[in-house]
Every structure is written in C-alpha cells, then in structure tokens.
Design a protein around this ligand. Structure first.
Ligand code: UDP
Length: 382
C-alpha cells in the first residue's frame, strides 16, 4: 500500500517524506511516536500569542543556498540574527568572545596589546577554537586563552556535559570559536531567519500532501520489527525503503547497550514585563545551575506586556524519563555506535538519518542537506 515508510516526523523525516511524495510520486507513511510533528523543532504559541520553541531555542542558519531555497517553499521567513551574551564577572558581554568582548572586559592597554598580538598570528575575522588558541606560546595569548577557557568554557561545559572541554570531542567547543574580529552575532552564516509562523507550521506544509499519510502517537516499534535481515510491519515483510530517524540503539533493542546522551530540564516562565532581558539568550557559564536563559520575545517579536523565558538545566539522559538531546562522543560511544551501524548494513532497505539515528550533533541545516542528498541518491542510499 505504501512505497516507503518514514519513522519520525522531525525535520529529517518531514524532508524525506516530502521529497519522496512530491518528486517521486511515492505513497509514504510517516509514523511518529509523539502527538505532534516537528520533533525537537516543535513550537507553538503561548496563551498570549508568543511563539516559543518547546524543546529549546532553534535558530535557523545556513550557508547552503540549496537548503535555504528548499525550505523557503514551505515558509515565509522573519529575518533574524541571533545574539548571545555571556554573564561574566557580573556583566553581560557578547559571545562568541571577540574584540568587542575584550574591549568590555579588559583595561584598554591590555585589550589593545591582545588584539595586536592576535592579528599577528591570525587574519581579521578568523574563527579560532578555544583549544587551538590555548596552544599558542606567546604569554599574552596564553593569558587570553586561559581567561576565556576559565570564564566561558570550563564551567559551562562542566554543567552541560559533566566533563571538561578537553575531554569532549573538540568539535563541540569549536561550535563557539573565539573571533578575531568584531562581529557580535552568534552565527555568521549567509542565511539566518526563523519561519514566520514557526517550524511546526513549516513542517505541516511539507507533509500536507496527498501522497503522505501521517500517524501520530504511535511508536513504530509497536508495529514494526527489525530482525534476521528482514523488516516486518504489522507481521508482514516490508520490502520498500524504511527511513528511520529515531535512536539507533532503540531500533535494535539496545543489544550493544545504550548510547549516552545529555538531556535538559526545560523550565518555561511567563514574566509580566514586555522583555525579561536585553538580548535573546544569555549564557551563565559560572553562576547558577542552569546554562542559559532565552527570552523568546527577541526571536519572535510581539507587542504584548508579557514575555516567556526558558531556563535550561542540563541533566543526565535517562531512557523513558527525559529527552535525548545531545550525543556524548567518547571512544566508547563511537565504538558502540559503529557496532549498531554494522547491523544496519545487514538490512538492504533500512536507511538511518538525523541526529538520533546517525548519532551526530547536527544543526538543522545539516539535517535538511543530508535528507535531500539521501533522497537524491535513492538506490536506497545511505
Ligand atoms: N560553550 C561553553 N560556553 C558557552 C557556550 C558554549 O562552554 O557560553 C560550549 C559548551 O561545551 C557547549 C558547546 O560550546 O555545549 C556548544 O555550544 P552551542 O551554543 O553551540 O550549544 P547548543 O546551542 O547546540 O546547545
């Protein structure tokens, strides 16, 4: 009855289903365990009309014209450049750490010397991961590296990952590099925006297609079984492609053990003021138990006397208790993931895609790009 099955109606699943339905004229079934689509991009309005991101702030940014144009078919955009500040030594300063941050935190003479020295080593506007900066020999740059490490990265990372920055995959802290320049935006991509009516609405527009049937509130593993090189759905062998976007370890019954994730406890609060804080997100590396507070009014402006904020408390991930947000990359977890990948190879019609299935710290644009490539390269492409 269906040409393909997509497990999960998050960003990966919606892109795959949309492409198969509209470009290949395939009949597609999407099975989603939650009662809503959009996965961790799910957003909805508060009782006073403010659009908030129910699984934490999602800011779309990409350098890919292809991804931008693809998504633009399903949404209008509000152009929005994300700004983040870090609360350091009692004041809010721009993040990524840049010349602007130095000028606010250091005495003028010291800031000038540091900027000059940085420009002798790096080019203007270069992005330098903190762990790279710390390898420099110059004593002034060593001071700067240790300062940024201590004040921005060490304690935030300890809260978020329960590890020191040097013990997690270096790409994690490299997401927020030190900037040898003055750009105070969190991202520098060519395209930056939020969908005018939200991510959920954008994805509804994707899956609202005569070839797509969507079932919400059903865990695929209640109807499907992946065993002995065969996939069955409702007791019958299914030979068409299955695009699975859920956790890879769950798919195989945790046979090699659970993959580690970090989770978050998200506390939303409505505040009786037009704005709670002066920019969208403020990070608290060294104070309190939370990592950051986001004021959604800056992301989706609205003329109201209230706003809603989100306070994020990092937590251990516990299956069936909270959400898997971030894969934890260690040698052990990578080896375990590879064991699961080897199992995937045994199923000719099983394709894994997305943050959970590929156990990767993807951004939204990475997911879309990967999904588009997967569908283009059908022959079930992996
Ligand atoms: N990070 C940090 N201090 C900050 C911001 C980020 O130490 O003020 C580190 C931390 O390890 C974090 C990583 O950089 O997990 C990536 O940050 P990003 O803002 O990209 O995280 P996301 O928005 O994906 O949660």
């Amino acid at each position: 009855m269906f040409d393909a099955v997509v497990v999960g109606a998050g960003l990966a699943g919606c892109v795959i289903a949309e492409r198969l339905a509209s470009q290949k004229n395939w009949k597609v079934l999407i099975v989603e365990k939650e009662k809503h689509i959009a996965g961790h991009c799910y957003d909805s309005r508060t009782e006073f009309g403010l659009l908030i991101h129910r699984y934490g702030p999602h800011l779309f940014h990409t350098n890919s014209k292809l991804v931008w144009e693809y998504l633009s078919q399903f949404t209008e955009w509000d152009y929005y450049q994300h700004h983040v500040q870090a609360f350091i030594d009692g004041r809010c300063v721009p993040l990524p750490f840049s010349f602007e941050t130095m000028d606010l935190l250091f005495p003028k003479e010291l800031a000038t010397r540091l900027k000059e020295k940085l420009l002798r080593i790096y080019t203007f506007n270069q992005k330098v991961p903190i762990l790279e900066l710390m390898k420099q020999n110059d004593p002034d740059i060593q001071f700067l590296g240790s300062y940024i490490y201590d004040k921005v990265f060490k304690n935030y990372t300890a809260k978020q990952w329960e590890m020191l920055p040097e013990h997690i995959d270096s790409m994690v802290t490299a997401r927020v590099p030190v900037l040898v320049g003055r750009d105070t935006r969190y991202f520098s991509d060519i395209y930056q925006a939020v969908p005018r009516n939200g991510y959920t609405c954008m994805m509804e527009n994707m899956v609202n297609h005569r070839n797509i049937k969507l079932i919400l509130g059903l865990n695929f593993l209640e109807i499907g079984e992946v065993r002995d090189h065969t996939i069955t759905i409702g007791g019958k062998t299914f030979d068409g492609p299955i695009y699975y976007t859920g956790p890879i370890d769950e798919l195989f019954g945790y046979c090699f053990g659970e993959l580690p994730y970090r989770s978050l406890e998200l506390k939303f609060q409505t505040i009786q003021k037009p704005y709670y804080q002066s920019c969208a997100t403020i990070n608290y590396p060294n104070n309190y138990d939370y990592t950051r507070i986001t004021d959604f009014k800056h992301i989706h402006p609205l003329d109201t006397s209230q706003t809603t904020i989100l306070i994020e408390y990092p937590k251990k991930f516990k299956k069936d208790e909270n959400e898997p947000y971030y894969p934890v990359f260690t040698d052990e977890s990578q080896n375990k993931y590879q064991e699961y990948r080897k199992l995937v190879e045994k199923y000719k019609n099983l394709i894994l895609i997305g943050r959970l299935a590929e156990y990767t710290y993807y951004d939204m644009d990475d997911v879309v790009e990967q999904a588009l490539k997967t569908v283009e390269g059908i022959g079930y492409g992996r």
